[in-house]
Write a protein that binds this ligand. Structure first.
Ligand code: HMG
Length: 463
């Protein structure tokens, strides 16, 4: 039966942006008076990217969208929908999307649907789903969609500060994609929770209940995974009861890397609970003592956590570890986090190894909204290798970043804190520290109108 829908809808191009400056987490441990190893081993973080007052969510989005269009030679008139997911709110009414329309002015293309979507780190996934849905709807006019996610993740001084970060991702969405979204395989869980929220509109900092946030994350993971498994097994009865074996790679929203490692263990614990007696004997030998354990009673159960971390170590190493590169080196980007995991996976080995593979994705946003879905990599080796080769700038850019001492990082955070929403305001952060082709905040006038400039681009389109 032929489908009325366009074929193979998904991501045709992806661009990532992270700050040009970082603070070293081992140095931050010392500066904060935390015990050595707490941030680096306990949380699994090596470096944290941050922005001075020269960058805001608008500038991050301007940079990432411009770079994607330039790198892939996409004309501004070829875009018919542009969605932004962010939780970094600089204006309670004017969307980031409307700011991005500056980039399209010269082309005369104002016929671009989509605005901003907000729910903590989940906004990027909502933006992406909106873009995919448009391509598959009767409203589609044949042009591409862009899903953009960007955030500046900053916390007040204290336990949560080392779990900050910043970044942006832009994804070009259309048919005949390199990364194809599997139809009917989205599992969502949404619920009311006060785990992490931003009630103080004058501050960039969230109010966080750290322990509750971890419990909410893990319970949303349990629920989404079980629902995904049900939907998958209905579509593929011949592959039922295979659990994690049905994924070749698994990506997670990554507030800090250690939680992701624990999440792989948690999925393995779910597989264990859902398995038959025979399967338990074959795959989970030695774990019989957990036969009557429940999900609800084990979010912080050290025995369960340790046993299933060990049981899933090989799955973590082969299916998830590579995806943590940017999260480990930049930190929590909020909405782009899980998509930076996708980029890390793509650049983490020979492209040919991923051809035809299934990638599981878990997206989580506090408050809370979560989805698990899967992506199938195209079977077209040449097209996929070209798609991945476009990401050859990522590692050089990552290695070219400037390390900033914790004292200076802390001082720059104070500048952001003091001047958040100040008007008129002229930022003082360094422009020369920014990489080529970066948009930055020039000034904010007395009426809070923000204007931007761009560092010179490199003419061959590589930034
Ligand atoms: P904390 O409570 O101070 O840390 O802050 P801790 O005492 O739990 O220590 C962290 C880990 O380090 C522990 O490991 C310690 O044992 C270990 P665990 O026992 O849990 O495996 N540790 C050490 N390891 C080695 N050497 C040492 C050492 N000392 C301790 N010397 C917390 C941690 C995550 C609560 C805090 O950073 C926080 O509140 N962060 C923000 C909230 C967050 O990231 N939550 C994650 C889930 S919610 C989410 O993902 C949504 C989010 O992205 C927002 C959005 O949606 O927009 C955050």
């Amino acid at each position: 039966m032929s489908s009325r829908w366009p074929e193979n809808v998904g991501i045709r191009a992806i661009e990532v942006l992270f700050p040009a400056q970082y603070v070293d987490q081992a140095e931050l441990e010392q500066f904060d008076g935390a015990s050595a190893g707490k941030y680096t081993i306990g949380l699994g973080q090596a470096k944290m990217g941050f922005c001075s007052d020269r960058e805001d969510v608008n500038s991050l989005c301007l940079t990432v969208v411009s770079r994607l269009l330039e790198r892939h030679h996409i004309k501004h008139t070829e875009i018919g929908r542009l969605e932004v997911g962010t939780e970094t709110i600089v204006d309670k009414s004017k969307s980031v999307k409307s700011v991005l329309m500056q980039l399209f002015a010269e082309s005369g293309n104002t016929d671009i649907e989509g605005i901003d979507t907000t729910n903590a780190c989940y906004g990027g996934t909502a933006a992406l789903f909106n873009a995919l849905n448009w391509i598959e709807s009767s409203s589609w006019d044949g042009r591409y969609a862009l899903a953009v996610c960007a955030d500046i993740a900053v916390y007040a001084k204290g336990a949560a500060r080392p779990t900050g970060g910043a970044g942006a991702i832009a994804m070009l969405v259309g048919p005949q994609a390199a990364l194809i979204f599997e139809r009917g395989l989205r599992a969502t869980h949404m619920e009311h929770a006060y785990d992490f929220y931003k009630p103080d509109l004058s501050s960039e900092y969230p109010t966080v209940d750290g322990k509750l946030s971890i419990q909410c994350y893990l319970s949303a993971l349990d629920i989404c995974y079980r629902l995904y498994r049900k939907k998958f097994e209905k579509q593929h009865p011949e592959q039922s009861q295979r659990g994690l074996q049905n994924f070749d790679a698994i990506l997670f929203h990554t507030p800090f890397c250690k939680l992701v490692q624990k999440s792989v263990g948690r999925l393995s614990f779910n597989d264990f609970l859902l398995s038959s007696e025979q399967q338990r004997l074959e795959h989970f030998a030695g774990l019989e003592r957990f036969n009557s354990a429940t999900l609800e009673s084990t979010y912080f159960d050290r025995d369960v956590e340790k046993a299933f971390l060990a049981q899933s170590a090989e799955v973590f190493a082969s299916k998830t570890k590579k995806s943590l590169l940017l999260a480990n080196q930049v930190g929590n980007m909020y909405t782009p986090s899980v998509y930076s995991g996708l980029v890390s996976l793509l650049i983490g080995g020979p492209a040919a190894d991923l051809v035809g593979k299934r990638i599981g994705v878990f997206s989580y946003g506090s408050g809370l909204a979560a989805s698990m879905y899967s992506i199938k990599v195209t079977q077209d080796v040449t097209a996929f290798e070209k798609f991945v080769a476009k990401l050859d700038y990522v590692l050089p850019l990552l290695n070219a970043r400037e390390k900033i001492a914790p004292e200076q990082f802390s001082a720059l955070m104070e500048v952001r804190e003091r001047n958040n929403h100040a008007a008129p305001y002229t930022p003082t952060g360094s422009i020369s520290a920014l990489s080529p082709g970066t948009y930055y905040l020039k000034d904010v006038d007395a009426l809070h109108r923000r204007s931007y400039d761009r560092t010179p681009t490199i003419t061959n389109g590589v930034h």
